[in-house]
Design a protein around this ligand. Structure first.
Ligand SMILES: *Cc1c(COP(=O)(O)O)cnc(C)c1O
Length: 386
């Protein structure tokens, strides 16, 4: 089975990790700071704060911007549950905005229509790896004095109008889970230009303490104070060593993801039943996912049948995602359900994610295209169906 995504850990990544494991620091030490500085430089942000997962990055961000009970945060319906759960962690209320039907990115017009006196922030998700419409989102945020947060867990390596992902919102969050564009096993990062926010994030990842153990050791002091309630969301030094080694390869890996996407685009042009997601102009897409929308009117079967047929051909397709407002938890807690975000709901019936990852061989890309050709030819409506 060719999986939809897969990590790539090479000998030099392993060597870098082992070197850190043999050093005096296992958890937060000098490598965390090195990784943060390299990451800030890569994304063009002033500050980067490493944490233990993308979910921790989102939670810390909601804390840093002081989301609390009564506050609303506008989120897209089409994303992974963690993008929305983080609002609930802090007692806030997520307000779902629908997505644009060709990109499945949060629709700025929908965002505008959801603003109330309680709105505190807009949380944009760079779905599949394509940066959202940040100019439009920024102007809405500025006009209504809202904080703009990017869940950039899919889009590390991408850019918007020449500006890198990580410097497009007030705070941007990243994940280093193995299927993401670089990995540390588990891990995450937040970027921001705001030093006050960065300080709040650093305290939150370490129990709400004023100084971490590395800082205390350097200062030759044992003293610390707890000034707010925090968590243990630290990234280890050996994970940071791995992350730094992975980051060096990201530019090449992003190019490879784009090459694979180009091959799929070209191959599927001939199929009216297959619609790849639209890509905006002036955007560098990081292609964490390659998503197509099936035109179900041109097929005699459902998405689930196409999914099963491709799986039978050893193609590890997947579905990203069931819209978050349709999950039972959100229905029970916030009364959301079918009809709230019709564009995301209709898309959910016809999306499929195809394998895309930098280590993918040309033969694998050919195999995906051949399997897709076969499945579409078998099930399409019209005179050519078998
Ligand atoms: C992966 C992901 C997360 C969560 O990241 P973890 O590191 O798995 O906690 C959050 N948001 C999106 C959009 C993701 O894809």
């Amino acid at each position: 089975m060719i999986p939809y995504g897969r990590q790539w850990v090479e000998d030099d990544d392993i060597d870098a990790t082992l070197e850190a494991l043999r050093s005096d620091w296992l958890t937060t030490g000098p490598k965390v700071g090195d990784f943060e500085r390299a990451f800030a430089q890569f994304t063009g942000a002033r500050e980067a704060v490493a944490v233990s997962s993308g979910t921790a990055a989102l939670h810390a961000t909601m804390y840093a911007i002081a989301v609390s009970p009564g506050d609303e945060v506008i989120v897209p319906a089409m994303t992974f549950v963690a993008s929305v759960n983080c609002v609930v962690f802090q007692g806030g209320t997520p307000v779902f905005a629908d997505v644009s039907k060709d990109t499945l990115l949060i629709d700025p017009a929908q965002v505008k229509s959801k603003i109330t006196k309680r709105t505190k922030a807009i949380l944009a998700v760079d779905y599949a790896g394509q940066p959202c419409e940040y100019d439009a989102l920024r102007s809405i945020a500025d006009r209504h004095k809202l904080i703009l947060v990017a869940d950039a867990c899919h889009s590390l390596g991408g850019s918007y109008k020449g500006r890198p992902v990580g410097s497009l919102a007030d705070l941007s969050t990243f994940s280093f889970h193995p299927v993401k564009n670089i990995t540390t096993g588990e891990g995450g990062m937040i970027t921001t230009n705001n030093p006050v926010m960065a300080q709040r994030l650093r305290s939150f990842r370490n129990h709400g303490l004023t100084k971490d153990s590395h800082e205390r050791e350097r200062a030759g002091s044992w003293y610390y104070e707890m000034t707010d309630l925090g968590y243990n969301y630290r990234l280890t030094d050996f994970q940071s060593a791995l992350g730094m080694s992975q980051l060096r390869k990201l530019a090449v890996w992003t190019k490879r993801r784009q090459e694979i996407a180009c091959r799929y685009h070209a191959a599927f042009k001939g199929h009216k039943a297959l619609k790849p997601l639209a890509v905006q102009r002036e955007v560098r897409h990081a292609y964490h996912l390659y998503v197509i929308q099936l035109d179900l009117k041109r097929l005699r079967v459902s998405r689930d049948d196409v999914f099963s047929a491709l799986r039978a051909e050893e193609i590890g397709v997947n579905v990203h995602y069931m819209p978050v407002h349709l999950h039972p938890f959100y229905g029970q807690r916030f009364g959301t359900g079918p009809g709230n975000c019709p564009v995301a709901e209709a898309a959910y019936e016809r999306i499929l994610s195809l394998p895309i990852f930098p280590r993918m061989k040309e033969d694998d890309v050919n195999a995906v295209i051949a399997a897709m050709d076969k499945v579409v030819a078998t099930h399409r409506v019209g005179p050519h169906s078998s």
